[in-house]
Design a protein around this ligand. Structure first.
Ligand SMILES: *Cc1c(COP(=O)(O)O)cnc(C)c1O
Length: 411
């Protein structure tokens, strides 16, 4: 009999979004006339930029002509795309990142999970709490944790709480951790990291030989000029950080699929024999063996993001969502709620009123206003008492949702 990877049995049964769906369906059945507005999901709503569509249509035509047809591309991505990313997203900000250090992929979710392939199984791993669940679950699957306790915390992980008390930035641990997941601008809290804060992490990592896994999926939403867009803006980061980026949220590629990871050639990890091994070589080997590249058509679409028209169009998309976020922030504040985030991120993180639990507030919001959000406790134990509202929606839905909150929920 074939055996299974028992680590999968430790996972909490995909609790958050199925439970939201269950409660929403039950409510919709009991209230068939209610017009439900979903402000819970972290998916974009606006169409793909015109520049990207035009480039992809042209790429489809390329595929239809023997002279320009493309078969397998480089597993790491086409050099014309890697060069544009290196110069536009990194070198223009003073980050010394070379095109060969950029690996194109079909998603940051995959990269965030796959990266564990190149690390040992005896690392101490730190995550923030609340957190993007992918970091935790992929470590559970890889066997890097023990079982979960009642609060949903896995034995063996180091949880760094982020709450209003610490401005949603985790305190740097006193103990040594080997791998640290950081996400800025943050999902779910919408918090950002200052240069000084990231410098403290980089110094910590370099002094302990740790690696920071830096998720910059929401980099395009940064409006404050003092906030760094890349971890490589911090001196020393080339020796301790891998960065993940995605075209999902800036260019609406959630259904098109294109992302990248940056693995500097200066990063090393320890082998069992005590020698230092270049992580770039391992990731390159991993991608060459287990991945066959992103489609030519999609990479041409991603390349168009860097054209003049593409840049203007993604700016338009991001400002549209940020205007939604501003409306949500202002209206929730006017309704008497305490809100965080939503300035450099498409997420608003609110403190539930009257000490309600995250799920009690979920139910109250659904009952009174027919609006669906995401309970903070679903992102981790320290998210209890918080609630996430997403700005990824039409302006019409945002305005209608805020009108209902002002009318029915004002405290
Ligand atoms: C949306 C998101 C991503 C992007 O994932 P893709 O697989 O590239 O679509 C990565 N990290 C976080 C925290 C996200 O919210």
């Amino acid at each position: 009999m074939a055996t299974i990877n028992d680590n999968y049995l430790k996972l909490k049964a995909g609790y958050l979004f199925p439970e939201i769906a269950r409660r929403v369906n039950a409510f919709a059945q009991a209230n068939p006339d209610a017009s439900i507005i979903k402000l819970g999901i972290g998916d974009v709503t606006e169409p793909l930029p015109e520049a990207c569509r035009t480039a992809m249509i042209k790429a489809v035509e390329d595929m239809g002509d023997r002279a320009t047809f493309k078969g397998y591309g480089p597993e790491q991505g086409y050099s014309w795309l890697r060069e544009k990313i290196a110069s536009h997203d990194f070198q223009s900000r003073g980050c010394e990142i070379e095109p060969e250090e950029i690996f194109i992929s079909d998603g940051s979710k995959c990269d965030n999970g796959n990266i564990l392939d190149i690390f040992g199984d005896n690392n101490t791993i730190a995550v923030t709490d609340p957190v993007y669940p992918v970091y935790v679950d992929t470590n559970v699957m890889a066997g890097n944790t023990g079982a979960a306790n009642d609060a949903g915390e896995f034995e063996g992980l180091v949880y760094l709480p982020v709450t209003a008390e610490n401005d949603f930035t985790a305190e740097i641990p006193s103990q040594k951790v080997d791998l640290i997941y950081l996400c800025f601008p943050n999902n779910p809290t919408g918090a950002t990291a200052s240069k000084d804060y990231l410098k403290a992490w980089v110094d910590y990592a370099n002094s302990h030989g740790s690696i920071i896994l830096f998720d910059a999926a929401y980099e395009a939403f940064i409006t404050d000029p003092s906030v760094p867009h890349s971890i490589y803006e911090i001196e020393g980061a080339r020796n301790c950080a891998i960065e993940f980026r995605s075209f999902s949220k800036n260019a609406g590629f959630t259904g098109t699929r294109c992302a990248l990871s940056v693995v500097p050639k200066t990063l090393t990890g320890k082998a069992a024999d005590g020698s230092d091994v270049e992580l770039w070589k391992l990731w390159n080997r991993r991608q060459s063996t287990k991945f066959n590249g992103v489609s030519y058509i999609v990479q041409r679409g991603a390349e168009a993001v860097y054209s003049e028209a593409g840049q203007a169009q993604i700016k338009g998309l991001v400002s549209f969502y940020l205007e939604n976020a501003k409306i949500i922030r202002e209206q929730l504040t006017a309704a008497g709620l305490t809100v965080y985030g939503g300035v450099n991120a498409p997420y608003i993180w609110l403190k539930t009123p009257n000490e309600l639990s995250s799920w009690d507030f979920f139910d109250k919001l659904l009952q009174m206003t027919n609006i669906v959000g995401t309970p903070g406790s679903g992102f981790g134990a320290a998210g209890e008492g918080y609630f996430r509202i997403s700005a990824f929606n039409s302006r019409e839905n945002v305005n209608e949702a805020m009108k209902r909150i002002m009318e029915k929920l004002k405290v």
